[in-house]
Design a protein around this ligand. Structure first.
Ligand code: PHE
Length: 341
């Protein structure tokens, strides 16, 4: 029996040590040490031994069991380590490989300049108002003191949705003035940036869709001096403290008196050039004191309240701000252009 045990020991140790995978090792453990394993099988024959030989063989068998158990553990540890190493090698990534470039977008020059204007006006206590782009001609014209038959209503210039000319794409942001005066309590101090539409052919300075920033202030004792102060502040904050402005008399149906405001040409500094068409000045916005008829139409008492309003062309503002000479660049979405801002 001793011979059998020693043989089993040799054979199993060798098998365990040369196992090359964890599942093979486990099969060997069952084969030699399991309940129905070979070691147990040998021990079952203990009954045939003499009383003196039994404890000796028992001790030997226990010693072999321990040895084998230990050998299995050692082999398991080294096989697990090897398996981990193999997996790591297989999953290895080269972290030094250059990544794919991510193209980061930027704000459009138009949105940039509108954002700057918003900041400036918010700093002066204005809030932002919104109005619909699909508007009633009542708001776009009639309530802005622009009577039936006024040339601004012409089908040549305005996109109407219906044959009765009642619904249109707003031609200006001024209808927001009426919507705000109808709904907001006095005093009012708002700006309203947004898209407007006119039937214009596309060229270097025209587009059938463009942007305006409307402004409206209504309070007690508002005068033309408030209008001038506010707009001069806007221009100087946008284009620098030395920028010169020129207020020219003009006509709008919904303001009286009305004016247009020019800024000294950013290109030539007033000497006259191609950009300002020799004028030395470029028109930036229309403005005026809100016509009493418009105020009264919104139920505002003109003995107590007065106001001023203005409408700035946002594309113009951006063109000055960044020295862009062709309006079309703003809407072509050419990234070579857009990346410059
Ligand atoms: N809505 C006018 C335009 O589009 C501009 C303007 C706004 C004039 C407010 C006076 C007051 O030309």
């Amino acid at each position: 029996m001793e011979e059998k045990l020693r043989q089993l020991r040799e054979e199993s140790l060798q098998a365990i040590r040369s196992a090359d995978a964890l599942d093979a090792l486990d099969a060997l453990r069952v084969k030699y040490l399991g309940k129905k394993g070979e070691l147990t099988a040998v021990l079952k024959q203990m009954g045939t031994l003499s009383a003196e030989a039994r404890p000796v063989m028992g001790q030997l068998a226990n010693q072999i069991r321990e040895e084998l158990t230990e050998a299995v553990e050692t082999a398991r540890a080294s096989l697990s380590e090897k398996a981990l190493e193999l997996r790591l090698a297989a999953e290895k990534t080269d972290v030094t490989m250059p990544g794919l470039p991510v193209r980061i977008g930027r704000r459009h020059p138009l949105n940039k300049v509108i954002g700057e204007a918003k900041e400036i006006f918010i700093g002066m206590g204005f809030t932002i108002a919104e109005g619909p782009e699909v508007e009633l001609s009542d708001y776009n014209f009639t309530r802005l003191n622009t009577a039936e038959g006024h040339p601004a209503r012409d089908r040549q210039d305005t996109f109407y949705f219906d044959d009765d000319d009642e619904v249109l794409l707003r031609t200006q942001t001024s209808p927001v003035q009426v919507r705000v005066m109808e709904t907001q309590p006095l005093p009012i101090r708002i700006i309203s940036p947004g898209r407007v539409y006119r039937k214009d052919e596309v060229d270097a300075t025209h587009s059938p869709m463009f942007h305006q920033i409307e402004g409206l202030v209504v309070d007690e004792g508002i005068t033309f001096a408030d209008l001038k102060g506010t707009l001069n502040e806007l221009v100087r904050r946008l284009y620098g403290p030395d920028t010169k402005t020129r207020f020219r008399p003009h006509h709008f149906p919904f303001t009286e008196p009305s004016c247009e405001v020019d800024v000294q040409c950013f290109e030539c500094g007033g000497r006259g050039c191609r950009v300002c068409k020799g004028e030395g000045w470029i028109e930036l916005l229309g403005a005026g004191m809100v016509h009493p008829r418009v105020l009264e139409g919104c139920g505002i008492d003109t003995r107590k309240y007065s106001g001023f309003a203005f409408g700035v062309g946002a594309e113009r503002m951006a063109m000055f701000r960044f020295g862009i000479s062709d309006l079309r660049l703003m809407f072509e979405n050419d990234t070579r252009f857009l990346e410059q801002f």
